[in-house]
Write a protein that binds this ligand. Structure first.
Ligand SMILES: *[C@@H]1O[C@H](CO)[C@@H](O)[C@H](O)[C@H]1NC(C)=O
Ligand SMILES: *[C@@H]1O[C@H](CO)[C@@H](O)[C@H](O)[C@H]1NC(C)=O
Ligand SMILES: *[C@@H]1O[C@H](CO)[C@@H](O)[C@H](O)[C@H]1NC(C)=O
Ligand SMILES: *[C@@H]1O[C@H](CO)[C@@H](O)[C@H](O)[C@H]1NC(C)=O
Ligand SMILES: *[C@@H]1O[C@H](CO)[C@@H](O)[C@H](O)[C@H]1NC(C)=O
Ligand SMILES: *[C@@H]1O[C@H](CO)[C@@H](O)[C@H](O)[C@H]1NC(C)=O
Ligand SMILES: *[C@@H]1O[C@H](CO)[C@@H](O)[C@H](O)[C@H]1NC(C)=O
Ligand SMILES: *[C@@H]1O[C@H](CO)[C@@H](O)[C@H](O)[C@H]1NC(C)=O
Length: 645
């Protein structure tokens, strides 16, 4: 049915053939864009291909087309593609060019936000962590090493993008340079000029380059540059007239553009789930369109921070796995009340496509899946860390051991017998959470900015293990140089600990190869030591259209990471919330074999005397904050809203 719809759209003349007249530009005299020489206004929605499995790209794009959108806007996360210096990945879910071709086939234009920095609640704002190998690097500035890395990356990305520019027959009408640079402290115009010339060098002189900043004179000051078209962002409830007047301050003539009109808002672990009412979104959207403004709705579909891709804000608070964003299409691509409210507003200003809207996908509750312990991280260490430990007198960071995401095990020996002796990091150097074990006896947790000391008991010579979790790098503000691991010395009592063995852990490879405990099975008796658990389930037969999408819930579990058939779904943390269930897209499930579930529980599992399980359910729960922190929440709201993304 989707294929049929696509054909109808194509026959209706979308995705028109290449002609020599294709052009896109700005008409300053008439305050509008010009497409093929005619006045043009766009209504767009953000869709980050990195947050939706490729399998579902077409479904989401069709739903956006059917809402009446002219365009989609996407970020390009540099760290998603240049995984190690000079090593590029544009395959599978990272196949940006296929994404662009699909948008084009469906008749959607593309506004490309090419970076290098993107914010986006994405790990380190899209900057690769390996940039931090130069510890003093000044990110987002004219720092020579930073620029050399940017030049190499853009030399790979932009030539690929050139053929997809509108004037070259593709869907890309505009390319954003940097992101909300006016909110960054560096205010380095040489850097913006450098990017401007680099982008033109690869994309030609004709391309429309633009910037986006918060709609205030102050934020526009350092974010704008002659020759880069200045646009603004603001959310529902803002004074539209006043916001666009601020754009006029930077750009006296030309089209009015809100590049990020917030349909919802982001979440943090331990904070209330963000919700923005459909009626307020519809009302302000209508005002923007009535002003003749161009608009991009951020997000139209938020999607998921799979794996380790979530970012964090300061004071340190990480974003959860779901990036639902309370957007008009849910994390799972479902049509919401907000979708229809927005579609109705758009229909007041332009003709929207007729015909069936692809329906929400059905969800299936596969039920409980019993899990069994495979072993502790200690038991499995040889498989998890095939390279073995790196020895160092003092701790090294993740980047120093060339591991950028996930977990690293730091091990030393207790220098003496200890009874209730405080272990602490004077410089708040636990980035971001450490699960502490002495010879198999769990001692507790240390957490950045929250839990700075922990009492240790054990005898001289015992292994002191800290499994340190990178919970996501800061994506906004001056704190992007976010080193992970033990970033300062640890003190036990009055003594600085030394002689570390540091185990980089390649958990994802070990999980996809199937974890086996070669030591006496299920040894670690404690259910409070970081451990792996596995189970399997089959898709019921005799029910049509399975496998379907589902959500996974964690009854009695505390905090950890989960894989299904080797696909890293992300982090769960039901004891903190607000997210209780994780989205499981159907494309990672198989109906011909057993599906494997692997859980790394970091704190405390429900397994023990009673049986323990995870449960597949057919409804998400994203709003059950259990551990609500009002003081920092106010801070985030004040600091980040509405001039941030
Ligand atoms: C919105 O801003 C405009 C321009 O600054 C101002 O004239 C108007 O009174 C404002 N409207 C409201 C409701 O504050
Ligand atoms: C340390 O504790 C062990 C028992 O756990 C004991 O045998 C040993 O004598 C103690 N050493 C010191 C120096 O107290
Ligand atoms: C550690 O133990 C000491 C002595 O028992 C106690 O006073 C202190 O509060 C404990 N500290 C922590 C962080 O639990
Ligand atoms: C740890 O302490 C040693 C000795 O004081 C010092 O040389 C080293 O720089 C410290 N390391 C960190 C990461 O603070
Ligand atoms: C550490 O404290 C112990 C007793 O609490 C003391 O005997 C020892 O001299 C101290 N060591 C240092 C290096 O201060
Ligand atoms: C667990 O394994 C350790 C070796 O890692 C061994 O010393 C211990 O006896 C085992 N315990 C049980 C209960 O099997
Ligand atoms: C699940 O694991 C089993 C045993 O390792 C393996 O045979 C099977 O192929 C796996 N299934 C999938 C879908 O990966
Ligand atoms: C959570 O969301 C559901 C579904 O939208 C809603 O019914 C429920 O009232 C919400 N709960 C809280 C605590 O906000």
């Amino acid at each position: 049915m989707f294929a049929l719809l696509l054909l109808q759209l194509l026959h209706a003349g979308f995705g028109s053939p290449v002609t020599s007249q294709r052009s896109f530009g700005i008409d300053y005299a008439h305050n509008c864009f010009l497409k093929d020489g005619k006045p043009f206004r766009y209504i767009s929605g953000s869709f980050h291909y990195s947050r939706v499995p490729r399998y579902y790209w077409k479904d989401r794009l069709l739903k956006m087309k059917m809402a009446g959108l002219d365009a989609i806007q996407t970020y390009v996360p540099w760290n998603f593609h240049e995984v190690e210096p000079g090593v590029y990945n544009f395959a599978g879910d990272r196949d940006l060019e296929s994404f662009l071709r699909l948008a084009d086939e469906i008749g959607l234009l593309v506004i490309l936000r090419a970076g290098p920095y993107i914010c986006a609640e994405w790990d380190m704002g899209g900057l690769p962590a390996w940039l931090l190998e130069k510890e003093t690097i000044a990110l987002r500035s004219s720092d020579a090493d930073y620029l050399a890395a940017v030049e190499r990356w853009m030399g790979v990305l932009l030539p690929k993008m050139k053929v997809h520019l509108y004037q070259n027959g593709g869907p890309i009408i505009m390319v954003q340079v940097e992101n909300e640079y006016g909110s960054y402290f560096a205010c380095d115009f040489d850097y913006l000029r450098y990017l401007q010339s680099l982008f033109h060098q690869h994309l030609g002189d004709e391309v429309v380059l633009f910037t986006t900043d918060g709609a205030s004179k102050f934020l526009l000051r350092c974010g704008t540059l002659q020759g880069l078209y200045s646009t603004v962002d603001f959310g529902p409830g803002a004074n539209v007239t006043a916001s666009f007047l601020n754009q006029r301050h930077a750009e006296p003539n030309g089209p009015l553009v809100n590049s990020e009109f917030y349909t919802g808002w982001l979440d943090h672990w331990g904070h209330r789930h963000s919700v923005i009412s459909s009626s307020l979104v519809a009302k302000t959207l209508s005002e923007i369109l009535a002003h003749g403004g161009n608009v991009n709705m951020y997000m139209f579909i938020g999607g998921t921070n799979f794996g380790y891709w979530n970012g964090a804000n300061m004071p340190y608070a990480a974003q959860p796995t779901s990036y639902d964003y309370d957007a008009p299409l849910s994390e799972a691509g479902d049509l919401t009340k907000k979708y229809f409210a927005i579609r109705e507003v758009i229909a007041m200003y332009k003709t929207i496509p007729q015909g069936p809207i692809p329906p929400s996908t059905p969800k299936f509750a596969y039920g409980e899946v019993p899990l069994k312990k495979v072993g502790t991280v200690r038991d499995l260490l040889n498989d998890l860390s095939p390279s073995g430990p790196i020895k160092s007198t003092y701790p090294l960071t993740f980047v120093q051991v060339k591991q950028y995401v996930g977990y690293v095990l730091y091990r030393t020996k207790l220098p003496r017998n200890c009874t209730e002796e405080p272990l602490y990091s004077t410089l708040n150097g636990i980035h971001d959470r450490a699960y502490v074990v002495v010879d198999g006896i769990p001692q507790g947790v240390l957490e950045r900015s929250r839990i700075v000391a922990l009492n240790i008991t054990g005898s001289a010579g015992a292994h002191l293990d800290l499994l340190v979790e990178n919970m996501g790098r800061v994506n906004f503000g001056r704190y992007n140089n976010d080193f992970k691991g033990l970033v300062s010395n640890l003190t036990l009592g009055n003594e600085t600990l030394a002689d570390w063995e540091i185990y980089p852990l390649d958990i994802d490879t070990a999980v996809s190869q199937g974890l086996k405990n070669k030591r006496s099975g299920g040894n670690g008796s404690s259910n409070e030591e970081p451990s792996f658990y596995t189970g399997s389930f089959s898709i019921p037969s005799g029910i049509p259209d399975l496998p379907q999408d589902t959500y996974i819930a964690f009854p009695g579990w505390t905090k950890g990471q989960i894989w299904i058939n080797g696909f890293n779904l992300g982090r769960y943390w039901p004891t903190r919330g607000p997210q209780l269930t994780l989205f499981v897209p159907s494309n990672i499930l198989v109906s011909s074999f057993l599906n494997n579930v692997t859980v790394l529980e970091l704190e405390k599992s429900p397994c023990g005397a009673q049986k323990c399980f995870v449960e597949f359910v057919d409804k998400p729960v994203l709003n059950a904050t259990l551990h609500y922190e009002s003081s920092t929440e106010k801070l985030f709201t004040k600091d980040l809203w509405p001039n941030h993304r």
